[in-house]
Every structure is written in C-alpha cells, then in structure tokens.
Design a protein around this ligand. Structure first.
Ligand code: HPA
Length: 266
C-alpha cells in the first residue's frame, strides 16, 4: 500500500481527490474528455490489469464541476479470477488518498418487471450473493472495524439527491435493490425468479464488493445502475454482453448529465 500511494502521489503531486467514481461497462467515456492525469492500472504497483471488453483500465485524476475526483475507468470483477481482496484494493487506495464519497456505476439486468432497458436505478440496498465477502481476512484497524455495520451502505441523502436530479432531467429512474452474482455466466430464469422473491430489482456482477469496503472505510456511497437488459426469462430473447454494452452506450449521455448534476450538489 505504501508503495502504491507513493507511486500515485509522485504523479498527482498535491492533488487530493475527494470524490471517487467507478465507471461500469460501456460508461467509461465519461472520463475521456476530462483534462487530468491518467495512470494505467498496469503501471501502478499493487494493481491488477483489467481485461473485460468495454473497460479501459486506468485512473483519471481530474476536476469535475470544480471538485477533485479520481475516476476508475474500468474496474476489476471477481469473475476475472482475481482474489476478492484485489477487486477492492483500489477503494482502500482511494481512502488513503483522501476520498470521502464514492459514486459506483454499473450495468445491470432488470429483475423487476416494471423496469425497462435504458432506465436508471439508484441503488437503495444490495443482496450479496457472490459467495464471498471482501472483508474476510486479517482486519486493518486503520481502515475500519472487524464487524462493520451495513445498515446504510448506500447513503440515503446521496440517493435522494440523485433521484431528484434524475427526475429534474426527466430520466426514467427507479430506486431499488441490487443483487450481486459472481458471474460470468448470466443467470438462469429460475435464479432470476429466486432473486425477485428475495426482493431484488436488478442483478449484476459487480459493485457490492466495492460498496462494502467503501462503507467499511467510512466512505459515503452512491450506487447507480444502468438497466441494460431484462434479466433471463423476463423476455424470450437470450442475453449477450454486446446488448449490455449497446444499451449502456445509448444511455451514457443522460447518465453523464446525472453524474455531473449529482457531483455539483455534493
Ligand atoms: N445479469 C447479470 N449481470 C448483468 C446483467 C444481467 O442480466 N446485465 C448486465 N450485467
């Protein structure tokens, strides 16, 4: 960790990021036009190299609406085969660099039958079905408690702010529960049925590890899902990653407007 922080600080000098942003599948463009310092994951000691199509794999340090931000253009997924501690390492790094608010975005399938592809969902809570918890292992008490409370992983006032902004922008927005599966296979219709009975509104393969660790470290979290497809069995059609990336690309302009609107208010 010391080596990671020293490496990054040497490049960003006295820039102290307050806001962290994780850009999910197909949403990475947000950081493309920002004037900032870019550091590839593959160059950072302690970071892994991200591999999924539609994910870039770099940190961008830039001002967004006058606020200092660090943006993850691409994230690590558990299904890539990394140990869960590697997936959440960047969140611990963000904490050490000064981040106090984290905006996590993702692409998700709709479990709730009232949701449509292209809608946005502000995450109000999650169900961790990944089969793993990123806090397993020796606890670093400089970051957080051994048994951290998870009553409000997704900060209520940030969620309300995002919902209001989305409505102002006339976006189709919901507030719902995100269920995390390990992937990489999409779910079966029976699994989606199970998730619906459990109270999930959307399903995806990310976000939960990062949100758990951020909350554990005392970082406030806002989670926003871009609903890219109906989950398995909702419609007769089959699921594909290209559909996910295509829908995310269609929604990305409104998604970016929402992100900017929220960052202005933070
Ligand atoms: N299931 C799981 N992850 C996803 C989906 C889905 O339907 N869509 C986008 N990410």
């Amino acid at each position: 960790m010391k080596e990671t922080i020293e490496f990054i600080q040497k490049q960003i000098k006295d820039f102290v990021p307050e806001i962290g942003i994780i850009l999910g599948s197909g949403l990475g463009d947000f950081a493309d036009n920002l004037d900032g310092i870019r550091i590839r994951y593959s160059d950072i000691p302690g970071f892994e190299t991200s591999t999924v199509a539609g994910h870039k794999g770099q940190l961008v340090f830039a001002k967004v609406c006058g606020k200092n931000a660090v943006i993850m253009q691409g994230r690590y997924h558990y299904y890539e085969g990394y140990h869960i501690s590697r997936i959440v390492y960047p969140i611990k790094v963000m904490k050490k660099l000064g981040v106090n608010t984290l905006i996590i975005t993702n692409a998700a399938g709709s479990v709730n039958k009232k949701y449509n592809a292209g809608d946005l969902m502000i995450i109000k809570d999650h169900i961790n079905l990944m089969g793993v918890n990123p806090l397993i292992g020796e606890n670093d008490s400089t970051l957080g408690d051994r048994f951290p409370d998870m009553t409000e992983v997704y900060n209520h006032s940030l969620a309300e702010c995002a919902e209001n902004k989305a409505r102002e922008l006339k976006l189709s927005v919901h507030k719902g529960v995100y269920a995390a599966m390990s992937g990489p296979s999409y779910e079966t219709p029976a699994e989606i049925n199970m998730l619906r009975i459990m109270g999930a509104d959307a399903v995806g393969m990310s976000t939960v590890p990062e949100a758990l660790v951020a909350n554990y470290c005392g970082i406030k979290v806002l989670g926003i899902s871009c609903i890219t497809n109906s989950a398995a069995g909702v419609h007769p059609s089959r699921l594909s990653h290209s559909e996910v990336v295509e829908t995310a690309a269609k929604v990305k302009d409104s998604f970016m407007k929402l992100l900017i609107g929220v960052i202005e208010e933070i």
